[in-house]
Design a protein around this ligand. Structure first.
Ligand code: GLU
Length: 418
């Protein structure tokens, strides 16, 4: 985990929320409702490893708010997760689905395991035990998990299978499934595609020419690698990328396709050793490169009080969730760096999750053109609403996005009554 400074992800998501609630002058009880989770579940997950050793993991699900629709959000498998971590990320999902104006609330969960250290069979067992123990709180009309850090289509397939034991065929219980099991075309690349769309719209709004603009991307997982490819396709010069092992830099632009293919062949190979031309670069150097656009696309808290003052990019596009601490946000905005917040920048993923869920309800498969067209329409509307609010109210994009999201959730709570 990176140095988070003095602000944890939960303190930061609360700080961002407080700023919006102050502006909206909400009463104390409404503030309490909007801040705290609806439900938190923790389960014990004993697993006999293939070598006979017994290990006990913890499984979590935090359901933040469901006033606008079923809880929705990813599952993260990472050794350092805990309840507070998921409290922050679940709230972020509530605001993200509200900004996108799709009929979901927010949730997040996962298991405190290191998926790289488990075999496929062990991971399957662990994921299925988790699903059995969460059976009462998940479901296609209740709470719909999806991939996040450390999970992907295989885990979603196992959840779908374990849930079917009691409930029969219910593909809408998870999104991000393999295509063969009712997954949507376009879902895998949706977050990265959405990041590139929002980056292009934000550049237009801010008068920055995307064609030829230099871009540095921190994190080359599913989100970062697809964003790199789409942005290169729009004519941007992706000069630096990195993974946990380190980064690669090339002034004239990296061979993004070669790096993308190398990652598809072997996810665990360090990106700097993929054979693409470029010079090695340390991870923290990437964040302060002299580039036009910086895209943190990995985990939370990478931009913090200790380094945000040195960011030289004109624009930061948050492809990860909560990649800037509240301290970093204040420093960046204070230095007139344009920050495109996570709840808009990376909403493409959950938007195509919504399209997958609709297809599952209809027992239909749409072609990829329809999926991508709907993604562009829904995300485009969200961007226009956020950017016009920012312009009209004279506030930064994060505050505008939170303002919009909090107003929508509050309205739904009040309409439903108590
Ligand atoms: N994990 C992704 C996110 O943070 C996707 C969630 C989903 O599709 O439900 O937005």
């Amino acid at each position: 985990m990176p140095d988070r400074g003095i602000h944890s992800p939960l303190e930061c998501s609360d700080t961002f929320l407080d700023a919006a609630m102050d502006r909206l002058e909400l009463a104390p009880a409404m503030r309490q409702l909007l801040r705290g989770p609806y439900r938190e579940v923790m389960v014990e997950l004993p697993l006999v490893r293939d070598d006979g050793e017994l290990r006990v993991y913890s499984g979590y699900r935090v359901q933040h708010d469901n006033a606008r629709g079923p809880f929705k959000g990813g599952l993260r498998f990472h050794p350092s997760v805990d309840m507070d971590h998921f409290r922050a990320l679940a709230a972020v999902m509530t605001w993200k689905t509200a900004v996108a104006d799709i009929p979901f609330g927010g949730a997040k969960g996962g298991i405190d395991c290191d998926p790289h250290e488990l075999t496929k069979a062990e991971l399957e067992t662990l994921t299925k035990r988790f699903t059995e123990k969460m059976d009462e709180v998940i479901g296609p009309n209740r709470d719909i998990p999806a991939p996040d850090v450390g999970t992907g289509a295989p885990q979603m397939a196992w959840i779908f299978d374990a849930y079917a034991v009691r409930h029969g065929y219910e593909p809408g219980v998870v999104t991000g499934k393999p295509i063969q099991l009712g997954g949507s075309l376009g879902r895998t690349e949706a977050t990265g595609r959405g990041v590139s769309m929002v980056t292009a719209w934000a550049c237009e709004e801010e008068g920055l020419e995307l064609e030829g603009a230099s871009v540095a991307i921190q994190g080359f997982g599913n989100v970062g690698s697809h964003a790199a490819r789409f942005l290169a396709g729009l004519g941007a010069r992706v000069v630096a990328v990195s993974d946990v092992h380190g980064g690669l830099y090339r002034e004239e632009g990296l061979d993004v396709d070669a790096l993308f293919e190398a990652r598809a062949r072997d996810r665990d190979q360090p990106i700097a050793e993929a054979g693409a031309p470029g010079e090695p670069l340390a991870n923290d150097e990437l964040l302060t490169l002299d580039v036009d656009i910086l895209i943190p696309a990995a985990i939370e808290g990478v931009l913090h009080g200790g380094n945000a003052g040195e960011v030289r990019a004109a624009m930061v596009v948050e492809a990860a969730n909560l990649p800037s601490t509240c301290e970093a946000h204040a420093l960046l905005v204070g230095r007139h760096v344009t920050v495109i917040p996570d709840i808009v920048a990376n909403a493409g993923g959950v938007i195509v999750s919504y399209l997958e869920w609709v297809q599952n309800r209809e027992r239909m498969r749409w072609d990829v053109e329809r999926v991508n067209g709907d993604l562009e329409r829904i995300l485009g509307r969200a961007w226009r609403e956020v950017s016009s609010r920012a312009r009209e109210e004279g506030v930064d994009y994060r505050l505008a996005a939170y303002d919009l999201a909090v107003s929508r959730v509050r309205e739904a709570i009040e309409l439903r009554g108590f």
